[in-house]
Structure formats: structure tokens, C-alpha cells
Design a protein around this ligand. Structure first.
Ligand SMILES: [Ca+2]
Ligand SMILES: [Ca+2]
Length: 878
């Protein structure tokens, strides 16, 4: 038991990290069990508490460098869903010399406490549960020891149960039974993922196999894991309940017993000889002849760095010619787990098809050509973004991506209400609408964001503004999408005479205008009110019935265009108290008004009118504030307490209103702020970016922020340009230091959300500097960012932009993830840091949003960077 175990982890010396040859598991200095080819993590990763069970916590198995199992621990469901409760870890003791990790847990609501222990035994480990008090009566038959395996990893494999051979099901078709809701373990926040259609019941999956010995994939040593126990072991298929379910190995804890109540012997498959195959990172779109070409090779720390690699050219007749034998230079260890080396083959300039060979590993082919960067944003703007368009039917050739969704938008969210995605309402609606009353006019514009179907207004504001910025900077006139707002119909690969980016700006602006005109301000979100809608997969047209909610009708009763089913989305209007929160909305609408004016003048005029209205409200608010500071401080604090305001000072709005109207009163307001930013950049504290701690780290040195100044540059005088030019070297030094701090030459960050977005915005900023000051920055600082996104990165070398490159991602967390596929042109978040040292990007399990959820907000930066790379390639190949 916990109290009897001496806490000696902090007293004993850590074992050496050198690998033992016998394949015996030992606890390493990073606090997990390790032997060659196998790692066992015991709560190195914990449940974060925000999105509940993210399938990245508990006892986890990494075999041959790939995480194959997660969620090991005592759970109350046969097949835990994302919102099913888990216990709280209150203590973890790592006894390195004793070879045991002991964890103490508590299920607070059930007064149930237990110890979970993992102890090495030979090449495997024992995992057991100890109790001071018996399992509470209401949890007997529910509490059990679980370990979850990623399904697609085991597709096409067999398992043995008590010696009998079975096939892992590719698709779930096992049995379930219905139980009364009174027996259900309540999910987090009291939510229910199940739409029981009023029957007050829930589904319980039954096991697909039961025995005392279970061997997963006996035929494949990379996947073979054996379980044995005196207690019965069950295998469940969690996909009966939710598409992101797993294969769950599970034994029930017995009732009425204390002490060691359940034990498994778990035998993974180590291999003393195994060394991970080198991961040769390179750009899957290939290279333009004049650019730097550096492949980064990720190596097992037990691997010896080879002196040379080979670059082969593939000829028209199928023969291969050795083009170069470049040196391989060791870079060193990064994130502890792997060693890195760089192979510079920039001297290969002759156009053609090539591949890299390193120590017998041959990569897939890639082109070298002047045009490799051309049009790499087309999938994103032609397909991915149109598919995210809400309130539209989206067609592509013979396929309909989705119907006209959410035509019943929206009802006023009720007061004093909390929703699963963090939205909440206080005790006032802040509008003229009563709780659940229909708000007219909202079934227009906006985008899904992105794996789910809600309108996050902050995203709509940002995307509208940033797409308008792409237009300002680059004017991409590409027209390959038919967008008709009158009939709310989109047709992909069909020009209609209007630039697509302009039409997307309008799509955002239409929703913002509708909200201002009908609500009076922008709601924090227009989102699903119930959990079983929120986790919807498939066509968004079926999340709601499309009929406006009418409380005088019974549930599921329809009359005309109204129904008694409360499935309309909720408009969360808690943020209505503070006009200053509308500054960014004002900026987005003024920006949209300017770029739309030559193309869609009616919408432009609406945008301008609404932007000026918001500006006036801010003026009036500030005047009131000047008269009565205390009352307004209270109002401000109230607005701040409520989530999802769109704050920011007024300068962004002032800039856009100045550009829209030419009135210098706006310039007088924003110019001091921008000049201050430039002054601050001159004296910005210097320091190497700490890439080890991931996004949002307080340890990171302040960056040089000249984004606003750069975007203003084309409209300003020579004096402004001269002042900005002065700080460019400071910016460039900072970018170079960041590049040199990682083997990939970009800011690689490991957090719980992948770092692609950060790399893209870093490279995009470098591009903006190159655009206006090409003599002051090396354009490789732009291209290296794209090379990383396109495959020159850790874990694997797939392109993170779906369908762009030779070897690209097979799955993403889009709304078609149930089909293990993707929407073309999405930009995946990429690499997540599994504590303590695994940068992971799974491409056979789409449901890890931190790795696979392509978001709308990355689109403008990526498009800018992609078009920027076209320009750079043209310039350097001259
Ligand atoms: Ca078009
Ligand atoms: Ca409805």
C-alpha cells in the first residue's frame, strides 16, 4: 500500500540510461521503464482536465518507437469515452532501484481510493491494484483495470485468447446491451454523449473475447503484447460507442476484497538488437534548384552517425544516377530521446527526380525544379476552406461535402448556463431576447472551426481580417470556386468571375454583420447546446433539424418551418456588456469594407456602416468611463469575467478605419502605438528561445514584434520606412538565433497542441521582412519553415498539409475523421510532446486533435507563406 512503500525515489541515485543487453525493463533517469524497443510510461502524462480523456495519459506503451497503448489504469466504464470520468492522481512514487512505480488515485465522487503499481519483471512488468477498503458496492462490476490499444495499429492483425486465434475487427460489430440510466456513471460536467430519444437508457458494450491469457499480434514483434492473469481478462471494442474508441483490455476489480485484488503480467516484446530506423526528414514537395537543401536525420541514440549519405537521381529510363555523396554532420541530442544529424545537399541543382539514401534507408522520390513551390496553397483555398463554410451546401463534382447546415440558427442561450466547450452565460442575456427565443437572420456566413461545427466568433473575426490582409499584401486573384450567397451554394473547381479570397472575406463579414444587426454585438459563440450534438461526425446538415425551435410543439413534432425539438444552436451573448470588446470586430469589418468595395459593394457598405457604429459605441463608452471611472471599471471587470470577449486596444480598428476613410483622426490614434512598438523592438531583450518547454512558456525571451508596422508599411512615408528599417537587423538576429537553436532550423515546440502554426507564423513574419527589406534577411529563413511543415521534421517525414507533397498525411481530425481520411489542404498542428521526451505525430489515429485538427485560423498565414515562397523561388533562381 501507499503508506507502506518507502518513498525512496528522491533518495536513490538514478540508474544509468545505458541500455541493458538482456532486454530487461529498467526505470531510466527520465522516470519511465525502458529497454531496447520498449518503453512503459506510468502516468508520465496525466489527464489535462480540459478536454477530459484525450487518449494521451495513464499507463502507456511505446514499442519500436511508436505509442501503441494508452489509458492504462482503473476506469469505471468498459470502453471509456472522452467525457467519461477518470480518477485523480494524488501521488506518484518512482522507486528506481526497486524497479517499481506506485501511484495513488481517488475517485472523489465515489469515495473510492486505490493504488496502482507497476513493477518490472524480466522483459515485462507486473501491474496490480491494491485496496485499503473494498470497491464501493455501486462500482462493483464497473470498476476495472484497463489498457487501451489504438485500433488501426492492429488492423490486419490477429490475437490469441487462451490459445485460440481471432482477428482484430476492422469495423465494430460486437454486441451491446441497454441498461437503465439510473445505473450510469455520470460523465464530466453532468453531460451525456448519448441521444437516448427520451428513453432514459444507455449502451453498455459487451466483450468480444474473454480468457486468462491474451496475446495481441503474436505474429508481429513490433506489436506483440501478452497479458496473463488469474482474473478473467476481457477484450472490448470501444468503437461501438464512439468512433475514437479503442481496443480495451480489461479486468473487473472483485467486490468485498482488500489488499492486492487484481494483477496482470504484461509482456511487451523488447529486442536487444533493435535500433530505430533513421527518420530522414526532407520536404515532400521537393526543392527549387537555388535554395539550401538540408535533410535532417533523426537517429536512435544507440545508432552511429554515418559519415555520408547518397543523393540519387532517377532517370527517364528508370535507371538511377548517384548525384552527390554529401557529408552527414552530427547536430546532437534534442528533446533527450533522439540524436540528430544534418545532410546538406544544396549542390544538387539539376532539375529532376531524386531520393535520399542514408545507411540503406531510401526515401520516397521528390522533385528538384524551379516551380516546386507553385500553387501549394490551392488545395487549402480551393477545397479545405470551402468545405468549412457554414450555412452553405458545398459541392465538388459528383460529391456533396455537406448540405446547407444550421438553417435554424440560432436561439438565445439561457441564463446561468455552462456549455461543454467552455461557453457560459451569466444572469442576463444582455440582449432583447428571452432564453431559448429565436434570434432571426443568423443563418448566413462563417466557418466551422474545425473538427467540430460551432461558430467561434473570435475565429470568424480573425479569419475575416486576416484573409483581407492576404488580399492587401498579395492580391491573389485565383478564382476556382463558385460561391452563391443567394442560394447558399458552393461549387468547388468552378470559376464564377470573383476572386475566391474576396468571396471568403464576404462569407465572414456576412455573419458578423448579421450578428451586429440582429444581436447588437458579436456573440462569443454560436454553438451546440448539447453534448450529443457537439460530438457529431458527418454532414453538418444533420446536427439540427433545420426547423426553428417552437416550444409550443412537442419534441420531434414539426409544423411548417418550426419544430418542438430544442436542437438549434445557442448564441452565447454573455460578452455583450463591454463595447471595447468590439475593437477587433470593428477592424475586421472596416478591413472587409475596403477590400470588398470594388467587387461586392452592397456588402462593403453594410460592413462600413457597422464598423462605424461599433467605433461610435467605443467613443461613447470611453466618454462615459471618463465621467465615471469606478462604475465602468466594474462593467469592464464583469465583461472580463465572462469568457471569450474580443478585446484588444482600439489601434487595430483605427488603422483599418484610416485606410477605409482616409480620415487622419484615426491615424493620430494608432501612430503613437505603432511607433512605440518600433522603439521597443530596438531595445528588445535578447536571448535564445527556449524550445524545450513548448508553447506559452514563461521562459521564452520577449520577441521583436513588428507585425503591425510591417503591414502598415505600404501606406506610410519614407521616414516611417527608415525607422522600421533600423530595427530589422534586431529582428533578423532574433530569427537566426531561433533557427540555430534546433536541428531543423525553425522553432520546434513541444506542447499539448502541435507547433505547426508557430513555425508557419515565424516563417511568415520572416517573409514579410524579406518582402520589404530583401537585402536584410536570408530568404532561407522563410523556406525552412515550409520545409519543416512539408516533412523535414521529427517522428516521420509526412507532409503536415494534407494532399500536398509526395508522402502526405493519411488522416486528420476533420469532420470526416470517422472514415480515417482527411479534407485536402488542411494544415495539421503536427507534433505533440508526449512527456517526457516523445515528439509524436500519429497518422493512423485521426482523433488526437492536438496532432491532427486542421484549423481555419492557420489558413491565412499558410497561404501568405506559400505565395511568398513562390516569389522567393522566382527571385533566387533568376
Ligand atoms: Ca470565385
Ligand atoms: Ca431546429
Amino acid at each position: 500500500m501507499r503508506r507502506l512503500l518507502p518513498i525512496i525515489a528522491i533518495l536513490c541515485a538514478f540508474a544509468s540510461c545505458s541500455k541493458n543487453s538482456a532486454g530487461k525493463l529498467e526505470i531510466n533517469e527520465r522516470g519511465y521503464f525502458e529497454t531496447q524497443g520498449v518503453n512503459v510510461l506510468v502516468y508520465s502524462n496525466r489527464y489535462q482536465g480540459v478536454f477530459c480523456d484525450e487518449k494521451t495519459a495513464g499507463v502507456e506503451l511505446i514499442q519500436r518507437g511508436v505509442r501503441i497503448a494508452t489509458g492504462g489504469g482503473v476506469r469505471l466504464m468498459n470502453t471509456p469515452e472522452q467525457w467519461d470520468i477518470y480518477s485523480t492522481l494524488t501521488e506518484r512514487t518512482i522507486d528506481t532501484l526497486g524497479g517499481v512505480i506506485c501511484c495513488h488515485f481517488k475517485y472523489q465522487d465515489y469515495e473510492f481510493e486505490y493504488d496502482l503499481n507497476v513493477k518490472e519483471e524480466g522483459t515485462g512488468f507486473r501491474m496490480w491494484v491494491e485496496l485499503d477498503n473494498p470497491v464501493p458496492q455501486n462500482l462493483v462490476g464497473k470498476a476495472g483495470l484497463n489498457m487501451e490499444f489504438f485500433p488501426a495499429t492492429y488492423f490486419g492483425k490477429t490475437y490469441l485468447v487462451d490459445g485460440q486465434s481471432e482477428i482484430f475487427p476492422r469495423y465494430p460489430s460486437s454486441d451491446t446491451e441497454m441498461r437503465p440510466n439510473s445505473e450510469k456513471i455520470t460523465q464530466f460536467y453532468g453531460l451525456s454523449t448519448f441521444d437516448d430519444r427520451g428513453r432514459d437508457e444507455f449502451i453498455v458494450p459487451k466483450p468480444i473475447s474473454t480468457g486468462h491469457s491474451l496475446v495481441l499480434a503474436p505474429e508481429d514483434e513490433a506489436l506483440r503484447v501478452a497479458f496473463s492473469s488469474e482474473t478473467e481478462i476481457n477484450l472490448f471494442d470501444g468503437r461501438d460507442l464512439s468512433q475514437n474508441g479503442t481496443f480495451v483490455v480489461r479486468s473487473y476489480l472483485p467486490g468485498g476484497k482488500t489488499g492486492k485484488v487484481l494483477e496482470w503480467l504484461v509482456e511487451p516484446t523488447p529486442d536487444a538488437e533493435w535500433i530505430r530506423e533513421p527518420n530522414v526528414g526532407f520536404s515532400q514537395i521537393g526543392y527549387t534548384p537555388a535554395q539550401k537543401k538540408v535533410a535532417v536525420i533523426e537517429l536512435d541514440r544507440n545508432d552511429k552517425v554515418a559519415a555520408k549519405a547518397k543523393i540519387w537521381r532517377v532517370n527517364a529510363d528508370g535507371s538511377h544516377t548517384l548525384a552527390l555523396t554529401p557529408a552527414v554532420k552530427e547536430w546532437g541530442v534534442f528533446y533527450d530521446r533522439y540524436n540528430y544529424a544534418q545532410c546538406d545537399f544544396s549542390d544538387v541543382r539539376e532539375p529532376g527526380t531524386y531520393y535520399i539514401e542514408y545507411k540503406g534507408v531510401k526515401t520516397n522520390p521528390f522533385p528538384i525544379n524551379v516551380n516546386v513551390y507553385d500553387g501549394k496553397w490551392y488545395n487549402t483555398m480551393d477545397v479545405w476552406l470551402p468545405v468549412q463554410m457554414d450555412h452553405m451546401m458545398v459541392n465538388e463534382a459528383y460529391r456533396v461535402w455537406h448540405g446547407r447546415s444550421h438553417m435554424d440558427d440560432a436561439v438565445q442561450a439561457p441564463t446561468n448556463y455552462q456549455q461543454q466547450d467552455g461557453y457560459r452565460m451569466g444572469n442576463s442575456t444582455n440582449t432583447k431576447y428571452k432564453p431559448y427565443e429565436h434570434i432571426p437572420g443568423l443563418a448566413v456566413g462563417a466557418w466551422y472551426d474545425a473538427g467540430d461545427f460551432d461558430i467561434q466568433s473570435g475565429t470568424v473575426i480573425g479569419l475575416t481580417n486576416q484573409l483581407a490582409e492576404v488580399w492587401d499584401v498579395l492580391k491573389p486573384e485565383r478564382d476556382q470556386t463558385f460561391i452563391d450567397q443567394k442560394t447558399q451554394f458552393v461549387d468547388i473547381h468552378r470559376p464564377d468571375g470573383l476572386p475566391d479570397i474576396i468571396q471568403q472575406v464576404e462569407h465572414g463579414a456576412l455573419n458578423l454583420c448579421a450578428q451586429i444587426e440582429n444581436i447588437g454585438f458579436i456573440a462569443g459563440g454560436i454553438v451546440q447546446g448539447t453534448m450529443h450534438q457537439y460530438h457529431h461526425l458527418g454532414d453538418a446538415v444533420t446536427i439540427t433539424d433545420g426547423y426553428i425551435y417552437d416550444p409550443s410543439l412537442k419534441p420531434y413534432e414539426v409544423r411548417g418551418n418550426r419544430s418542438g425539438t430544442l436542437d438549434d444552436r445557442f448564441a452565447f451573448t454573455n460578452n455583450g456588456g463591454n463595447p471595447m470588446g468590439n475593437s477587433n470586430v470593428c477592424a475586421a469589418l472596416a478591413h472587409a469594407a475596403r477590400v470588398l468595395a470594388p467587387y461586392i459593394p452592397e456588402t462593403a457598405e453594410r460592413c462600413k456602416k457597422n464598423a462605424l457604429k461599433l467605433w461610435k459605441e467605443m467613443d461613447e463608452f470611453q466618454a462615459r468611463q471618463a465621467r465615471n471611472p469606478q462604475a465602468n471599471a466594474n462593467a469592464n471587470a464583469n465583461a472580463m469575467r465572462n469568457n471569450r470577449g474580443f478585446g484588444g486596444d482600439r489601434s487595430a480598428a483605427a488603422i483599418q478605419l484610416w485606410l477605409l476613410t482616409g480620415d487622419d483622426k484615426y491615424k493620430e490614434m494608432f501612430l503613437p502605438m505603432v511607433m512605440r512598438q518600433i522603439e521597443m523592438a530596438k531595445t528588445a531583450p535578447q536571448g535564445v528561445e527556449d524550445n524545450r518547454t513548448g508553447g506559452g512558456s514563461a521562459m521564452r525571451a520577449p520577441r521583436v514584434n513588428i507585425t503591425t508596422a510591417l503591414s502598415l508599411l505600404p501606406y506610410m512615408d519614407d521616414d516611417f520606412k527608415a525607422q522600421l528599417r533600423e530595427v530589422i537587423p534586431v529582428f533578423v538576429e532574433d530569427a537566426k538565433r531561433t533557427a540555430e537553436s534546433t536541428p531543423y532550423g525553425v522553432p520546434v515546440a513541444g506542447g499539448t497542441w502541435g507547433g505547426s502554426e508557430r513555425v508557419i507564423s515565424w516563417a511568415q513574419n520572416n517573409y514579410m521582412v524579406w518582402r520589404y527589406f530583401p537585402d536584410l534577411i536570408d530568404p532561407e529563413l522563410v523556406l525552412s519553415g515550409l520545409n519543416f511543415i512539408y516533412g523535414n521534421h521529427p517522428y516521420s517525414n509526412v507532409s503536415f498539409v494534407t494532399a500536398v507533397g509526395v508522402n502526405t498525411k493519411k488522416v486528420a481530425y476533420g469532420n470526416n475523421r470517422a472514415d480515417y481520411t482527411f479534407i485536402p489542404g488542411g494544415i495539421a498542428p503536427g507534433l505533440v510532446l508526449l512527456q517526457p521526451d516523445l515528439l509524436e505525430h500519429k497518422d493512423d489515429y485521426p482523433f488526437l486533435w492536438g496532432e491532427n485538427e486542421c484549423c481555419t485560423r492557420t489558413v491565412p498565414s499558410y497561404v501568405t507563406l506559400s505565395i511568398g515562397a513562390e516569389e522567393i523561388a522566382a527571385a533566387i533562381n533568376k
